[in-house]
Design a binder for this molecule. Structure first.
Ligand SMILES: Cc1cc2nc3c(=O)[nH]c(=O)nc-3n(C[C@H](O)[C@H](O)[C@H](O)COP(=O)(O)O)c2cc1C
Length: 422
């Protein structure tokens, strides 16, 4: 009989310790963050760690979890446990997915591909970011048949939206996650102080430069390419080289043709559509049979509107506090949304998940699953593919032990009775 992933993982770590070897990737999220920071550039770390404004929402995301306490129950045979849940007809071995996170190359050279391999090995769905560092085809290939979703940003070109969605279908993505909260970038002070935006270096635009519709349109951009003005500085040359490095094919060709520079310019001009409104959703609904989840929902009326517009799921998220500083914490938004949705579609919650207990509390308030964000990126920076895998395993183990010790042997049975608000 299996002792379950929680106990297996503990034994693995303790037995290795008895032989003198210690986890290469720290188990503590704080130490993991510190280990990741050491391996990253100041700009890379700021981009990943930072939030909007004073980062109040980032702090509040954590505080809101801490206002809910688990109330363990005793003498309820938890020798075997089932931490799995069902989301959109798929059974997840543990109740979490890996959030879409852009520009993973800032954490590690293998970026999305390393995360894909780690997620696939653990059977945890990976949500490919629209701002990925690698084309979705390459990332999907690294996953075999393992579950994956695609996160979409709605650009100014509906043709591009359509192309990205059909590519995601061909890549075997089981759902489209449409992110609503980033029609513009939030006021991110850490990045502003370093005057650093990775996209201008050509980073995080691989889904675009690998897209036939985007590349076709690039040639139009090239025709109207504005000659570079101003002084030629070392930084400007560095930027040009970085853009060329990120562009597919030979670096020298990307510079000579002007394509690398034009790609960044076109991306900046077209990536977002602040005018997006509820009526636009029909376009997407008509173009794919895949389930569509709306990410960034924080108000129950928006959750209801999502259902009315034929959407199949909701991601309660404030983008890890990166968009609206002072925005409501996701754990504060969840109960109202759960009540309004009344079980009609699954609800995934992210922003601030840092432990098995957090996963437990989100499920207790009615989430079907959660999204793990920054911690897996710290794992990627600290240890590449293996680092991500360790982080996933640690979260799976922590959650498994938490349910068992709280007296719930089946994760699907976690409910409001298992927590109290303090
Ligand atoms: C560096 C970074 C990049 C992100 N990129 C994206 C993205 O491309 N698309 C998206 O929908 N969300 C993106 N997010 C938001 C995450 O999907 C998720 O909502 C957030 O990380 C959850 O907060 P947490 O990491 O603090 O738990 C990004 C978050 C971070 C930290």
């Amino acid at each position: 009989m299996s002792v379950g992933i929680g106990r297996e993982r503990q034994f693995e770590i303790y037995v290795a310790g008895a032989r003198g070897s210690y986890p290469t990737v720290p188990v503590s999220v704080e130490r993991l963050d510190a280990a990741a920071r050491k391996r990253m550039s100041a700009e890379g770390y700021a981009y990943i760690a930072g939030g909007a404004g004073t980062e109040e929402t980032m702090r509040e995301n954590r505080a809101a979890f801490e206002r809910w306490r688990i109330v363990p129950r005793m003498l309820r045979d938890c020798s075997t446990r089932d931490p799995s849940v069902d989301v959109l007809g798929t059974r997840l071995p543990s109740p979490f997915v890996l959030c879409p996170i852009g520009v993973l190359e800032m954490a590690h050279h293998d970026a999305d591909v390393a995360v894909a391999r780690a997620a696939a090995a653990e059977g945890i769905p990976f949500v490919f970011s629209n701002q990925a560092s690698r084309p979705m085809e390459e990332t999907a290939k690294a996953m075999g048949d393992a579950p994956r979703w695609f996160q979409l940003y709605w650009s100014t070109s509906n043709e591009l939206v359509e192309s990205l969605v059909s590519r995601a279908e061909r890549c075997g993505c089981a759902a489209i996650v449409l992110t609503l909260d980033t029609t513009m970038l939030g006021w991110r002070i850490r990045d502003l102080d370093l005057a650093s935006l990775p996209f201008l270096q050509g980073k995080g635009i691989a889904q675009y430069t690998s897209d036939p519709v985007f590349v076709e349109a690039l040639h139009e951009t090239l025709k109207e390419e504005i000659p570079a003005t101003g002084r030629v500085t070392v930084a400007a040359i560095g930027t040009l080289l970085s853009q060329a490095r990120a562009y597919p094919g030979r670096r020298i060709d990307a510079i000579r043709s002007g394509l690398a520079r034009a790609a960044v310019r076109r991306f900046v001009e077209t990536y977002s559509r602040p005018s997006l409104s509820w009526d636009d959703l029909a376009f997407l609904r008509e173009r794919t049979k895949l389930p569509i989840l709306l990410k960034g929902v924080l108000h129950e009326a928006d959750a209801l509107a999502a259902i009315e517009h034929g959407m199949n799921g909701i991601v309660v998220s404030n983008h890890g506090g990166r968009q609206v500083d002072g925005a409501i914490a996701t754990m504060d938004a969840l109960p109202g949304i759960v009540e309004a949705v009344a079980g009609r579609v699954p609800i995934v919650l992210d922003s601030g998940i840092r432990s098995g207990a957090d996963i437990f509390r989100a499920l207790a308030l009615g989430a079907s699953a959660v999204g793990l964000g920054r911690p897996y990126v710290w794992g990627l920076a600290a240890g590449g593919e293996e680092g991500v895998r360790e982080v996933i395993r640690n979260f799976r183990a922590d959650f498994d032990l938490t349910i068992g010790l709280a007296g719930v042997s089946v994760a699907r049975d976690i409910g409001r009775d298992n927590v109290t608000r303090v």
